[in-house]
Design a protein around this ligand. Structure first.
Ligand SMILES: C[S@@+](CC[C@H](N)C(=O)[O-])C[C@H]1O[C@@H](n2cnc3c(N)ncnc32)[C@H](O)[C@@H]1O
Length: 341
């Protein structure tokens, strides 16, 4: 059934839409029949014969055509199972709902009915014309080809003035710690052996600092022990809290709107950074900040392409965040700090 949805699949609850014809009307005013988008109307544990008449009444009340002249819609009345919800979460591009839907859908960007214009903007950004892709290489991938392929499949859209015009430059990332809110609840995602952790504690004085890190690779695994030794007093007082695991597993376990700010500094790949930013969108307070390291194109010592610039650009465009600070560290490994538009 899910294979009948179009390229941009928007998940909504049947019950919420039935109760709120204005939400349906708002969606239908923003998405037309010709758009490559489907409103997936989810009715878990309900029978379609039972829910369909109520939905038809809701559509009529909202003045939405339930035929081919209206936006593409698909009713999914099905038993609620983890496997089904995982499949929906994989298929969906966004959630259209007043409240957080939780569960398998936590990592999806959510747009309340009042934000339907942002939902449309996210759709438009995804469907903006992309530059032509280079032909696939005909020979086995060399390391250079690999790096080129990584760059080619990153986001190619552009920021707008609205994302940058209020941004201020800072000389380095330590200065950033003086500027972002003090005494808050913060996270360093990717802490290694705690070099920046010490700066955060000294310069920003958060009341709680959560460190999220896998500490699983040969290069970094000794970092946890070093942190436990260097910051024993802060750990004992629970001011510093350790969470060992992959960022995309650990971050969803925090309550929504938990952090005043987060600083993302893990593997710098496009996919990881994009996933982390999307999760942080839910986990950071309404007036919170998402900051991070290595806002640059890669590491030139061992050539590794980073995807931070592309992921952050896409995030600002699709989730409506703007740059607040950009740091111009002399080693070329810049930091960014974003807040909501
Ligand atoms: C560049 S280091 C962090 C440096 C630290 N922020 C500093 O400035 O001192 C990257 C860290 O991220 C961790 N890491 C990499 N990928 C990760 C992931 N997907 N989830 C959690 N930790 C990750 C590594 O174990 C490593 O400790």
């Amino acid at each position: 059934m899910l294979d009948q949805t179009r390229g941009f699949c928007v998940l909504a609850s049947a019950e919420e839409l039935i109760d709120s014809p204005t939400a349906l009307a708002g969606y239908a005013a923003s998405f037309q029949a010709a758009d490559d988008a489907t409103l997936l109307i989810y009715a878990p544990d309900r029978e379609s014969q039972e829910i369909f008449p109520a939905l038809e009444r809701g559509l009529a009340a909202a003045g939405v055509a339930a035929d081919a002249t209206g936006p593409d819609m698909l009713l999914l009345a099905t038993p609620r199972t983890p496997a089904m919800e995982a499949e929906i979460a994989q298929r969906a591009s966004a959630v259209y709902a007043q409240q957080d839907v939780g569960g398998a859908f936590t990592a999806l960007p959510r747009f309340a009915p009042a934000d339907v214009a942002r939902l449309r903007a996210a759709f438009d950004a995804r469907h903006a014309p992309q530059p032509p892709q280079p032909p696939a290489p005909r020979r086995p991938m060399t390391e250079r080809d690999h790096r080129q392929a990584v760059k080619d499949r990153s986001f190619a859209g552009q920021l707008d003035f609205v994302h940058t015009e209020r941004c201020r430059m800072l000389p380095n990332r330590n200065e950033l710690l003086h500027r972002i809110p003090h005494h808050g609840v913060a996270a360093e995602i990717g802490a290694a052996s705690g070099d920046y952790t010490g700066e955060i504690l000294r310069r920003n004085n958060p009341r709680e600092l959560h460190l999220v890190d896998a500490w699983s690779t040969e290069r970094y695994q000794s970092g946890l022990g070093q942190i436990e030794e260097s910051f024993a007093a802060d750990i004992a007082s629970s001011r510093l809290r350790i969470h060992q695991g992959m960022s995309t597993d650990v971050l969803p376990t925090f309550e929504d709107a938990f952090f005043d700010w987060v600083y993302v500094d893990t593997d710098h790949s496009y996919d990881t950074t994009w996933a982390e930013l999307r999760i942080c969108d839910a986990k950071v307070k309404r007036d919170g900040r998402i900051a991070g390291h290595d806002f640059c194109t890669g590491n030139v010592v061992t050539p590794v392409p980073y995807g931070v610039v592309e992921a952050v650009t896409r995030f600002c465009v699709e989730y409506a965040w703007e740059f607040e600070y950009l740091t111009l560290d002399s080693d070329g490994h810049f930091s960014f700090c974003l807040k909501r538009l």
